[in-house]
Design a protein around this ligand. Structure first.
Ligand code: NDP
Length: 280
């Protein structure tokens, strides 16, 4: 029988909100809490629905609560929160977006970005060779897309085509990417990718909710040996992935990306490096 002492949350438990809007689609609380259980670590990740216009007030409130260790940050806050952090980590400085924040003892907020490296590691864990031969297409120019684009260039991919619904944002991102990797082939693309080895949906199009039936791009022009990868975790198999699978293409779901970075996120937020070693 359960005794009170064995119940998971006490007055000492560290709290990690995930800040998002919408919130119903997020899978990070389940996965991070699974990690805490496996590591026998006294912390809990909980969903906080925070509208874009309330982000800065929310941060000021969290700063006042010492049991809040930090936060996971996702759609639509990753770029805006990068302007609110007191100390930016190296990836956050390059990418201009943040997906994890930690409050230190003085309640200064440190921010870092793990999406890009997590995505690349997720591909590698899915047996994809991410090297200099790879021609890549990416849809999106928001927080997740930025992280992934910089990480792929750091990996030395052969070329990168960028498409976004709002073209001006893609153009601005391409300018930044070209400064970061002046020798790489980086081009603006449309919603019909062709002749690439890897196509990535790094937009919210297709995620649970009103956007679930929206396709981020058309796969008709792709060869069957192209791989299609998602950032979306919920649903696990988006319409895009279903279509790609029907064409016999290799698919990688958004779960690979979160599983590859969850330990790093927890380690950063709680300032406990050993949590990065926990495998789920
Ligand atoms: P942002 O709000 O920063 O960016 C959203 C991006 O999606 C923009 O490029 C936006 O285009 C595009 N977009 C939104 N709606 C549509 C639509 N209907 N059609 C086409 N494009 C659209 O969000 P994030 O980058 O933080 O997150 C994007 C997705 O990635 C979310 O679904 C999130 O859950 C997922 N994610 C998954 C992770 C994982 O580990 N698997 C980690 C991080 C994020 P525009 O500029 O035109 O508005």
């Amino acid at each position: 029988m359960n005794s009170i002492e064995n119940m998971p949350i006490s007055g000492k438990t560290k709290i990690i909100p995930i800040l998002a809007d919408p919130i119903a689609h997020v899978e990070t609380p389940r996965i991070m809490n699974m990690l805490f259980k496996k590591a026998n670590y006294d912390a809990v990740c909980v969903p906080f629905q925070v509208a874009a216009e309330n982000l800065s007030q929310t941060i000021e409130a969290l700063r006042l609560i010492p049991t809040i260790a930090g936060a996971v940050v996702t759609v639509p806050h990753k770029i805006n929160i990068s302007h609110l952090v007191d100390v930016k980590g190296p990836q956050a400085q390059i990418i201009g977006a943040v997906n994890a924040v930690r409050f230190d003892e003085q309640r200064q907020m440190h921010g870092e970005m793990f999406d890009g490296k997590g995505f690349v590691q997720g591909l590698i864990n899915s047996d994809l060779d991410v090297g200099s031969h790879l021609k890549v297409y990416i849809a999106g120019a928001g927080g997740a897309a930025r992280g992934i684009a910089f990480a792929l260039l750091a990996q030395g991919v052969k070329s990168l085509q960028v498409y976004n619904r709002t073209q001006a944002t893609a153009v601005a991102l391409i300018e930044e990417l070209k400064k970061y990797a002046p020798d790489a082939v980086i081009e603006l693309a449309d919603a019909t990718p062709q002749q690439v080895d890897l196509c990535i949906n790094a937009t919210s199009a297709g995620m649970l909710g009103p956007q679930q039936n929206t396709l981020p791009f058309a796969i008709d022009g792709l060869e069957a040996n192209c791989c299609v990868a998602e950032v979306i975790m919920n649903p696990l198999k988006t319409q895009l992935l279903q279509q790609a699978e029907q064409k016999g293409m290799k698919i990688v779901s958004g779960q690979a990306m979160i599983l590859a970075q969850i330990g790093q996120l927890a380690a950063f937020i709680l300032n406990e490096p050993e949590l990065a070693q926990v495998r789920l």
